[in-house]
Design a binder for this molecule. Structure first.
Ligand code: FAD
Ligand code: NAI
Length: 468
């Protein structure tokens, strides 16, 4: 079987690349080792985690906030089985959506494990039995990532778990230890904290979500502490984990070099993800992954060192985000079609779907300091917003960083209600290289959370925010 393009992996990188290739008139095949399409994001990542975040947020609001709005209900009860079933239904609907898109775009789907025979040939060991040999003028590797887990962590998928199992537990932990207070730790820690688990975070760095602007982690920690029973141990490195039957024991070392021990009924390991190229036989195509397991690509075209083989998404350098993978899928399809697309990597937003949400684009203040750039800051607190006061979501702030001389917006960092949606305005503004004054002069509907962006931009322009 011969194709213009063979895509290996059906995550947001792979399936979007396949659709764009088909739109551009290429005969396209996609190979996925599971029977369900959609990759990590759709099956064990973005979508199921957001379904559980939404369900647990409803429960938390019913338990803690309905009464202050004058809504009196009997203490709500959790049916965890129903919550998990609903999450599975959401995933199924999305799987069906991707199946539909493959059919609509006449993309040939192979459900089976793909591996290289040579730089133009892929062997598929089909899930239904048998093998298929595919020839491709171009091949796009979009095989994604898997959770990082170190040998001393004794991952058993039972009490010592990763995000994959945490999205499918049979019971709500009484006490959950979360190793790594990064994005997964903050989101899944929130799910179980809201549902009643005590959550102990053990983090190697000095704060939560340490790769984001440092003001965000501090605010988030304050908000989470108010919401559920939680403990935070920063500057602490885990050195051992064991399942003792009904419990998990975690051994760690703090920054004074002292040993600290923790016990709980479950331990979620969320210390990052590794690119996944196991058994892909990259060497038969003339490729070797780098020391971090990533496939090296050309900065502009995402072509590997072998002509006609491209790689996208979590398997290459850069943020491991679904929308980054999607943009790269489109870029490669258009590059193969002879176009000259471009991605502004600096303008790919990052979002943490806790409550309040955290969202960020562009440079952090630490990065600007380190680079010696001349910058100015404007910030605005949610508690000064009419909309936030009306809803009761007053935690959070918007921080705008702008060039001290030109006033160009260099970074926007938001923690607060609906930050995930609000960040789009900052991305758009920065794509058009807006100044802080531009943002501050644009009319924003009142009363909205978005007014905080306008006010923070006015504060950055020349300290002239109106409402603070
Ligand atoms: P993947 O989605 O990992 O897809 C790769 C696919 O390739 C998989 O289906 C795999 O089975 C298949 N495959 C691998 N090898 C082979 C082979 N040899 N043959 C056939 N098929 C193969 N990102 C966000 O932007 N927003 C979020 O809210 C978000 N939430 C997340 C929550 C969790 C719990 C996790 C774990 C991740 C989350 N992410 C989120 C990250 C996001 O899921 C990834 O960045 C994204 O899925 C990467 O897309 P991809 O296409 O590169 O790879
Ligand atoms: P992460 O990189 O966000 O966080 C891992 C944390 O673990 C870091 O803070 C790190 O300092 C800490 N750590 C590492 N080793 C440790 C040790 N031995 N002991 C204690 N702490 C340790 O990675 P995470 O949360 O696992 O997520 C993986 C990827 O998935 C991320 O790259 C993220 O982009 C993506 N993702 C995105 C989401 C989103 O966009 N909302 C949601 C969930 C995941």
């Amino acid at each position: 079987m011969e194709f213009d393009v063979i895509v290996i992996g059906s995550g947001p990188g792979g399936y979007v690349a396949a659709i764009r290739c088909a739109q551009l008139g290429m005969k396209t095949a996609i190979v996925e080792k599971y029977n369900a399409l959609g990759g990590t994001c759709l099956n064990v990542g973005c979508i199921p985690s957001k379904a559980l975040l939404d369900s647990s947020e409803h429960y938390s609001n019913a338990t803690h906030h309905f009464a202050e709005h004058g809504i009196e209900i009997k203490a709500p009860k959790i049916n965890f089985g129903t919550m998990i079933d609903r999450k599975n239904e959401v995933v199924k609907k999305m799987n069906n959506g991707v199946n539909f898109l493959m059919k609509k775009n006449k993309i040939t789907v192979f459900n089976g494990f793909g591996s290289f025979i040579d730089s133009k040939t892929i062997k598929v060991v089909k899930n239904e039995g048998g093998e298929e040999t595919l020839k491709g003028k171009n091949i796009i590797v979009a095989t994604g990532s898997k959770p990082t887990i170190l040998p001393f962590m004794n991952y058993d998928k039972d009490r010592i778990i990763t995000s994959t199992e945490a999205l499918n537990l049979k019971e709500i932990p009484k006490h959950l230890i979360v190793i790594g207070a990064g994005v997964i730790g903050a989101e899944l820690g929130s799910v179980y904290g809201r549902l009643g688990s005590k959550v102990t975070f053990i983090e190697f760095a000095g704060s939560m979500i340490p790769t984001m602007d440092s003001s965000m982690g501090k605010e988030l920690q304050k908000s989470l502490k108010k919401q559920f029973d939680s403990e935070f141990h920063f500057n602490t490195k885990v050195t051992g984990i064991k399942n003792t039957g009904k419990e998990v024991e975690v051994i760690a070392e703090n920054n004074k070099g002292e040993q600290v021990n923790f016990k709980a009924d479950y331990c979620l390991v969320a210390i990052g993800r590794r690119p996944y190229t196991d058994n892909l036989n990259l060497s038969l195509a003339g490729l070797t992954p780098d020391d971090r397991g990533r496939i090296a690509v050309d900065e502009h075209t995402l072509e590997t060192s072998v002509k006609g083989i491209y790689a996208i998404g979590d398997v290459i350098r850069g943020a491991m985000l679904a929308h980054k993978a999607e943009e790269e899928g489109v870029l490669v399809a258009e590059t193969i079609a002879g176009q000259k697309p471009h991605i502004h990597y600096n303008l790919i937003p990052g979002v943490v779907y806790t409550w309040p949400e955290v969202a960020s684009v562009g440079a952090t203040e630490d990065e600007l300091k380190k680079s010696g750039a001349a910058y100015k800051i404007g910030s605005f607190p949610f508690k000064a917003l009419g909309r936030a006061t009306a809803s009761g979501d007053t935690d959070g702030l918007v921080k705008v960083l702008a060039d001290k001389n030109t006033d160009e917006v260099l970074g926007v960092h938001i923690i607060g209600a609906r930050a995930a949606d609000m960040i789009a305005e900052a991305v758009t503004a920065m794509e058009f290289r807006a100044s802080a004054e531009d943002l501050g002069r644009i009319s924003h509907a009142h009363p909205t959370y978005m007014e905080a962006v306008k006010e923070a931009a006015l504060a950055a322009t020349d300290n002239r925010s109106i409402h603070s």
